[in-house]
Design a binder for this molecule. Sequence first.
Ligand code: HEC
Length: 149
Amino acid sequence: MVVRRQIRRRGYVLATIVLVAMVAACGRATEEQIDQALGITPTPTQDAAAIAQATEAASASPADENAGTAALGRTRFQFTCQTCHSAAGSAPDLLEPGGPWSTIDYATLYPILREGEGHSPQPGPYQTFQLTDADIANIGAFIREQAAP
Ligand code: HEC
């Protein structure tokens, strides 16, 4: 008798556990419901392409990409170009106010500096570790600023 009652009690306990487990499983809230309950507005995860597009749009304003910054070009010019390109140098004085280089732009400067066009044999083409594309743009801005009439 005692043994049978114990077995029956175990049965009740087991049934209760199963029932609780089932209720818990069925009552599981969705992610959306949890967010709602906590007052969270989930931020949609952007895909890589969208991020790349947004980054490009933010960083590349095509108008000023090659315009350069004169203040940054000054030190570059003094360090790299001035020995030859000054009033006292062997090459044309690019900074002469109102001179022919007052309107020089990136597109003109690039082949001279990167490919060594008209710069042969000295100083020849500048490698990117010597002069970056940004340096070329900045030098251009500095020449325009100094040579302005
Ligand atoms: C070792 C001397 C030397 C250095 C350094 C040098 N140049 Fe020149 N550059 C010359 C010579 C020489 C010419 C050719 C002049 C000519 O034939 O009329 C020249 C030509 C040029 C021209 C074309 C001028 C024209 O006649 O239309 C530009 C622009 C120029 N250099 C820019 C630069 C810039 C910017 C730098 C610095 C990053 C630089 N150069 C560094 C010697 C130098």
